[in-house]
Design a protein around this ligand. Structure first.
Ligand code: NAP
Length: 248
């Protein structure tokens, strides 16, 4: 597909779901991958083994993206182990779905801190080596909920919409340094995150979409690989929907 030989990538939340697929897809194109996870060490090490078993290079790094010191450590792990950092994928995310009258303040804070503040902290740490290198790719995993809104997800939609504003602002700020910043907005993808979403809601989203099939983690990973590639070098500040044509 695209040649990422010699590139070094950091994928937050790379242990499971979409992040796992992104880590594997970047590695399949030749990138060395730092696989960040929060608590699921076995899953993260399984991703690393899958990559190294294919002759690739990978490293698991535990850390909470909500923590500024951890963000620095993750980037340091990439630069000290592999020498540089070319690709950052801000993928770590979580949900605490609830209708607004019942939504707890702590659930608002957790979702905003993980999905939005986490991207701020890790991006802030990652752009230092990228600015020195005068090149880099930052890809933020937002959501169609951040574009179109979603009942029961006021916290998540606000975080993901904020991530889109963050994407565009940082793209304007650091474009002159040779760094592109884009977002990918998936529709419903079966993962642990969406396991509790009622089947009829997912079926309705599939029916409302243009392509009439559920998305896969690989559909999202392919878009990330493209945006990470040299071929996407004149694309920045964009939000690429990967949702089967649900939101147009
Ligand atoms: P998932 O299966 O629940 O996986 C979440 C990943 O994020 C795990 O690797 C988890 O690590 C990590 N994580 C969670 N909180 C973290 C924190 N504070 N610090 C570091 N890592 C953390 O979720 P997913 O469905 O793959 O979602 C991945 C991204 O895509 C999220 O940003 C999500 O909002 C977005 N998205 C998903 C969908 C969908 O339908 N699935 C749609 C649109 C957007 P552990 O394994 O250690 O817990």
């Amino acid at each position: 597909m695209f040649n990422l030989n010699g590139k070094i990538a950091l994928v937050t939340g790379g242990s499971r779901g979409i992040g796992r697929a992104i880590a594997l897809a970047l590695a399949a194109q030749g990138a060395a991958v730092v696989v960040n996870y929060q608590s699921n060490a076995d899953a993260a090490h399984a991703v690393v083994e899958a990559i190294t078993g294919q002759g690739g290079r990978a490293l698991a790094v535990q850390g909470d993206v909500k923590d500024a010191a951890t963000a620095q450590e993750m980037v340091k792990a990439a630069t000290s182990e592999f020498g540089r950092l070319d690709i950052l994928v801000n993928n770590a995310g979580t949900t605490r779905d609830m209708l607004l009258p019942m939504m707890k303040e702590e659930d608002w804070d957790t979702v905003l801190d993980t999905n939005l503040k986490g991207a701020f902290l890790v991006t802030k740490a990652a752009i230092r080596p990228m600015i020195r290198q005068k090149s880099g790719r930052i890809i933020n995993i937002t959501s169609m909920a951040g574009v179109a809104g979603n009942a029961g997800q006021a916290n998540y939609s606000a975080a993901k919409a904020g991530l889109i504003g963050f994407t565009k602002s940082v793209a304007k700020e650091i474009g002159s340094r040779g760094i592109t910043v884009n977002a990918v907005a998936p529709g419903f993808i079966p993962t642990d995150l969406t396991a509790s979403v009622p089947a009829d809601i997912i079926a309705r989203a599939v029916e409302m979409s243009s392509l009439k099939r559920p998305g896969t983690v690989e559909d999202v990973a392919a878009a990330v690989v493209f945006l990470a590639s040299d071929e996407a070098g004149w694309i920045t500040g964009q939000v690429l929907a990967v949702d089967g044509g649900l939101v147009m």
